[in-house]
Ligand binder design. Structure first.
Ligand code: BTN
Length: 320
């Protein structure tokens, strides 16, 4: 109901309570209650005794009606589950994908204003206060499990593009999934999946972007390696716009991936790479290997040239 009221308020400068009540077939008191609900959701609505209600400004909250308004995707974000606070969007997304609690379509999104137990890679915590974009996308790609690293890489390209479109800030990708500005992390990606031997059951792509977060709010220990878009641009960034742009870019690149056009995505990844050409140390679980990052291959694996000249392929690891 509140959604319908918003629709009418957007169409005209002022709409009277009487007209709203008539159009929606409800009482004027019910209209008033819905207006209060919208105000609680941080919509600024003024009222004039003679002219009625006027929508002055919309909140920069990631509520579905704001994110979906003007969203030009065909399936990514068509269904959004919104929470002002939850543990982790990836946890909820996985539960939904796993149990198919409701008919969960590909492209369904879980989005939260805050996470109390945000998850990073390798079991790390992900600091997720209000002001960021914390979302997870549920996918059912008809692709072999070996494609998962490519999903992470294409997500990173979508994030870099969206950040640049919305803020003009250029960021770099540290293999496999960190987005950096001035060598500090602004965005992280956590891809989780369930697969059989040769088929993926579901994939959850979790994306966290530090948007309007003040540096002093980051916990000590990560402060020196973390940055937010607000800090770089020295002004608040419209999160709704950024979330929409990211979803649009995501759908574009994901469709390319499904059409097996990964090589062109990889070209773009390389253009934004922070890793290639550098001497790095990579933690591959059982040991740390050192060498020059010379390439990313068509599977999304990092090709490292060791000091003795040997080339090794790393599918999964962390640059330390
Ligand atoms: C990393 O760089 O370690 C990955 C961080 C991923 C964070 C996002 S925020 C939204 C989604 N929900 C989570 O709990 N984690 C991911």
């Amino acid at each position: 109901m509140a959604k319908d009221i918003l629709k009418y308020l957007r169409e005209k400068e002022y709409v009277s309570g009487e007209v709203l009540a008539q159009k929606l077939g409800i009482s004027r008191v019910a209209v008033w209650k819905q207006i209060q609900r919208l105000k609680d959701m941080e919509y600024k609505i003024t009222s004039d005794q003679n002219m009625g209600y006027c929508l002055v400004s919309r909140p920069d909250l990631l509520i579905p009606q704001e994110v979906q308004r003007g969203l030009s995707t065909t399936y990514i974000g068509e269904k959004i589950f919104y929470f002002s606070e939850l543990e982790s969007t990836n946890i909820i997304a996985k539960e939904k994908a796993l149990h198919r609690i409701e008919a969960i379509d590909e492209g369904t999104i879980i989005i939260a204003e805050r996470q109390t137990a945000g998850k990073g890679r390798l079991g790390r915590k992900w600091f997720s206060p209000a002001g960021g974009i914390w979302l997870s996308i549920i996918l059912y790609p008809q692709l072999p499990p070996s494609y998962i690293p490519r999903v992470t890489l294409m997500t990173a390209v979508a994030a870099v593009k969206a950040i640049e479109i919305c803020t003009q800030i250029k960021s770099q990708i540290k293999w496999p999934n960190d987005i950096l500005i001035n060598k500090k992390k602004v965005c992280g990606i956590l891809t989780e999946m369930s697969a059989e031997l040769d088929i993926i059951n579901w994939v959850v792509v979790g994306v966290g972007i530090n948007v309007n977060i003040d540096h002093r709010d980051f916990p000590e220990g990560i402060q020196e390696n973390t940055i937010s878009l607000k800090e770089v641009s020295e002004k608040e960034v419209l999160r709704v716009k950024l979330a929409q742009t990211f979803l649009q870019e995501f759908e574009k690149y994901y469709n390319k991936l499904k059409r097996k056009e990964f090589p062109s995505i990889l070209e773009e990844w390389k253009l934004h790479s922070h890793t290639l050409g550098r001497k790095i140390r990579v933690d591959i679980g059982e040991r740390i290997v050192t060498g020059e990052a010379v390439d990313i291959n068509e599977e999304g694996a990092l090709i490292l040239k060791k000091e003795d000249g040997e080339l090794i392929k790393i599918i999964s690891g962390t640059i330390v």
